[in-house]
Design a protein around this ligand. Structure first.
Ligand SMILES: Nc1ncnc2c1ncn2[C@@H]1O[C@H](COP(=O)(O)OP(=O)(O)OP(=O)(O)O)[C@@H](O)[C@H]1O
Length: 331
């Protein structure tokens, strides 16, 4: 399979000046500014195959947006190389713009004072998309995103969910093979989130687009991505399938039990750890090399606590990622 996005040893350092505290410090900073280097992205290497949806994950400040900004041509790297659909984005910005669509969940690329449909028409003219093709694509997007109910409304009057759906359509109207989405569903309700996910699945599976997505929503990752790249402090910590991440950082089981008396003091059985304790419900997972087997754990929980209900679960992806981030922080 061909590679759509190639990232090789990519680094980006920002230099900022810091103000020293107090009046004397401010004067000193003016005369002799103290410059600090922030390594937002450090020596990152990964590929995304054509038609693949990859989730780029990491805690706040990990370097995800900086990576996407380099790949969309907004930022130039300090060192390293990147290619998107064969184009070096920061050297050939215009050529790259034809090959990529981008949605930054926090910002809009639409014209604030125009009805959505007029924004679409402007984009059609900018990208020189034939009218019939444009109309057909818009109808296809409308099928899933239900844009026609609000596309005569000015962008400034749209709700967040309507605005982001419009932004998604706008980003794909020129039929780019590669799509970058930086937290596209942030702040949306579950119905709109599901609509956006269905749209993305359709674009990847039916249209063969390549998608690089950042999100903090683990449900989204589970529903959409097969592969995940995890970054922290600007460095790549892991590149693998969700299954690999689960195997590496997830406990192999979780026992969920409801306590007969919610006020019971919970001391986990040896070799287990208390993952959550809300109301009368406890969730335990294995801890360390001497963790019990799942049968032993179930037996230990029943013996130790008076329970009204007990169940066995696969580890929750939120917990797996928390463990992965914690591990990444130690490296
Ligand atoms: N223009 C800039 N000048 C200085 N520092 C910057 C600049 N842009 C980003 N940074 C710093 O680089 C680091 C990485 O930021 P980035 O926005 O890429 O993180 P992120 O993974 O997208 O985070 P989040 O999940 O919070 O959006 C942060 O420490 C940030 O403060």
């Amino acid at each position: 399979m061909s590679v759509a996005i190639e990232v090789r040893g990519l680094s980006r350092t920002f230099h900022t000046t810091v103000r020293r505290p107090g009046f004397a410090g401010a004067v000193r900073s003016l005369v002799n500014p103290e410059r600090v280097a922030k390594h937002a992205v450090s020596d990152i290497t990964f590929d995304v195959a054509e038609g693949e949806l990859l989730a780029l994950l990491g805690p706040n400040g990990a370097g995800k947006s900086t990576t996407i900004k380099i790949l969309t041509g907004i930022l130039t790297p300090t060192s390293g190389e990147a290619r998107v659909a064969g184009v070096v984005p920061y050297r050939e910005r215009e050529r790259n713009a034809r090959n990529v669509g981008a949605v930054f969940g926090q910002r809009t690329q639409l014209w604030w004072d125009l009805p959505v449909r007029e924004s679409f028409a402007i984009l059609r003219d900018i990208y020189e998309v034939p009218r019939a093709e444009h109309a057909a694509r818009l109808a296809e997007f409308d099928d899933i995103l239900e844009l026609s109910s609000f596309w005569d409304t000015r962008v400034r009057h749209l709700s967040l969910g309507q605005r982001v759906r419009s932004d998604l359509a706008a980003a794909l109207l020129h039929d780019p093979p590669v799509v970058f989405l930086d937290e596209p569903t942030i702040g949306m309700d579950v119905v709109v989130k599901e609509q956006v996910r269905e749209f993305l699945r359709h674009q990847v599976e039916q249209r063969g687009r390549t998608v690089l997505l950042t999100t903090h929503d683990m449900t989204e990752v589970e529903r959409l991505a097969e592969r995940v790249v995890l970054v922290n402090h600007g460095r790549l910590m892991l590149d693998g399938s969700l299954d690999e991440i689960r195997r590496k950082f997830g406990s192999t089981w979780q026992v969920r039990a409801t306590l007969a008396d919610p006020h019971t003091e919970v001391v986990p059985p040896p070799g287990t750890t208390l993952l959550r304790h809300t109301g009368g419900q406890i969730v335990l997972g294995p801890d360390g090399p001497d963790a019990p087997t799942v049968q032993q754990a179930l037996k230990a929980v029943i013996e130790r606590f008076e329970v009204t209900d007990i169940a066995l679960d696969e580890a929750d992806l939120e917990d797996v990622m928390r463990a992965a981030y914690a591990h990444a922080g130690e490296v």
